[in-house]
Write a protein that binds this ligand. Structure first.
Ligand SMILES: O=C1O[C@H](COP(=O)(O)O)[C@@H](O)[C@H](O)[C@H]1O
Length: 256
């Protein structure tokens, strides 16, 4: 199989969420057979949380040795701990509270009330990543990185026509004046995301169709940040029919 980007279309959001959850569980079991520890990057967004809820509800979830899983985040909104906007809090409610995973394996990004400035928080998360990195690297090798995609084509907190998408000399950046609230955020950078073995982008709804169509048609990453995303081994767009409306037929993978 080549490392071309693939698009897998599902009839609707519920089918998308349960299919991605099932693939995730199967892939994690396989990965745990191959290595001692598996690193996963989570994302915010409604469909991503629906996937995590489906993982939590699956009986297969108990076949995973969660002690050997590490969870990271691709981005976080700069709000206090416990704020409903926090991506980490949403993931806790959807999945993490339901699984037996050590707290030390859940690498949430800092919150705005944790005593750090936004810049210090970015540096602190970069240090946390480095602590779990193999020798000579700045971050762990992410086995699966989930990404949502905004209607404007943003991924993590890397937005169109902003400097963040071009950053290559940092692993984590502070984001200010985000076009989507809240205005302050933290984000992994594009090279870090692209160093993931597998990137699984999950998109649902008609408002995502244009961004996806443009990204696959060769738009620039400055215009449509998701266009600049490609994992080392696999890059798969898991989408519903509405989000796939502008995807050329020849790019759609037949294997749903
Ligand atoms: O703000 C964010 O938005 C994107 C996309 O969210 P969606 O609800 O439009 O799917 C998300 O991927 C990112 O993590 C989050 O912080």
């Amino acid at each position: 199989m080549t490392n071309d980007r693939r698009v897998i279309v599902h009839p609707d959001k519920p089918a998308l969420a349960s299919s991605v959850a099932a693939r995730f569980l199967t892939k994690v079991v396989d990965l745990l057979d191959e290595r001692p520890v598996v690193h996963i990057v989570l994302t915010g967004g409604s469909i991503a949380n629906a996937v995590l809820e489906q993982v939590a509800q699956s009986s297969a979830r108990d076949t995973i040795d969660w002690q050997r899983i590490h969870l990271w985040w691709g981005d976080e909104r700069w709000v206090p701990l416990g704020d409903a906007e926090r991506n980490e809090g949403q993931a806790h409610a959807a999945l993490i509270d339901a699984i037996d995973i050590p707290e030390a394996n859940v690498h949430a990004m800092p919150a705005s009330d944790g005593g750090l400035t936004l810049d210090e928080a970015a540096e602190a998360y970069a240090r946390e990543l480095a602590l779990h990195a193999p020798e000579g690297a700045d971050t762990p090798v992410f086995d699966i990185t989930f990404l949502g995609v905004g209607p404007d084509g943003h991924i993590a907190s890397l937005f169109p026509h902003r400097s963040g998408i071009q950053v290559t000399d940092a692993t984590v950046i502070p984001v200010r004046n985000s076009p989507k609230p809240p205005p302050e955020r933290l984000s992994l950078t594009r090279p870090v995301l692209n160093a993931s073995d597998r990137i699984w982008l999950v998109l649902a709804g008609a408002d995502k169709a244009s961004a996806l169509g443009l990204a696959l048609a060769g738009a620039s990453r400055d215009e449509v940040p998701v266009a600049g995303i490609k994992g080392r081994r696999r890059t798969v767009f898991f989408v519903d029919r509405e989000a796939a409306a502008e995807v050329p037929e020849r790019l759609i993978s037949p294997d749903y």
